[in-house]
Design a binder for this molecule. Structure first.
Ligand code: SF4
Length: 242
């Protein structure tokens, strides 16, 4: 990997070519808010617009999403100018109007001094809960888990992830990766009495033979056995007792 140094807020940061600006900033302890980015997902990022920064290069300035903007020689990044702050506040106000129930968005907005939004609040019976339609859940299901049990449904303000026809999905293995990566906690996952419920589907869990705690859905274990050749007895014990 080719090493490249850029400046972020006047500080020289050593990174490598094609590393995302957001990733490099985080490595150097520089805060840039972000929602739809996950370092493990190849195609994540760019949709929430919260991570906008100024990118200066060759005498030109562009506003870019730092989560998918590549580190290049001679790049100068500014994360805290008046312009960046003004645009980010607008983006946060829009998100606040879209998902007023989300603690994550409210806390992020409050860090920029925003507690109210000028825009129409999407609440009441037509509310989509905490979902910002970033599609991280569908990406992890496809790219990491490899089952494509969910996809983005509808368009515009009604865009939201879900199973085909909102019916219980045969493809879903109940792994919970989608709920894990969701930046706003919009996906409900409940583990109770040895059963996991997610996307309106119930999964029986395997109990650890040592501590008795349910630790993985039977269907997920079967799927891992089928796709990796791992011995099913591997799942007799939870990760803490293997
Ligand atoms: S729980 Fe189902 S929908 Fe979510 S990532 Fe796992 S397989 Fe996909």
């Amino acid at each position: 990997m080719e090493k490249v140094a850029i400046t972020i807020n006047g500080r020289v940061c050593d990174g490598y070519r094609d590393q995302s600006v957001l990733n490099l900033a985080r490595e150097n302890g520089i805060y840039i808010p972000a929602l739809c980015y996950h370092p493990e997902l190849i195609s994540s990022g760019g949709s929430c617009r919260v991570c906008l920064v100024e990118a200066h290069q060759g005498g030109r300035m562009r506003l870019v999403t730092s989560c998918n903007y590549p580190v290049r020689k001679g790049l100068e990044i500014k994360t805290d100018t008046d312009l960046v702050k003004k645009i980010r506040r607008g983006v946060l106000e829009l998100l606040l109007s879209r998902v007023p129930d989300s603690d994550v968005i409210r806390d992020m907005a409050a860090m920029d001094g925003i507690t109210e939004t000028r825009f129409f609040k999407d609440e009441g019976k037509d509310s989509r809960g905490k979902c910002i339609a970033c599609a991280l859940c569908t990406l992890v299901c496809e790219e990491v888990v490899g089952v494509c049990a969910i996809s983005m449904l509808n368009r515009g303000r009604d865009k939201t992830p879900g199973t085909p026809y909102h019916k219980s999905s045969n493809a879903c293995i109940g792994c919970g990766a989608c709920a894990y990566v969701c930046p706003t906690g919009a996906i409900s996952l409940v583990d109770e009495g040895g059963t996991r419920t997610i996307w309106d589907k119930k999964f029986s869990m395997i109990k650890c033979s040592v501590c008795g705690i349910p630790h993985i859905p039977e269907v997920q274990a079967d799927w891992i056995v089928k796709t990796t050749g791992k011995d099913r007895s591997f799942f007799d014990k939870c990760p803490d007792h293997r």
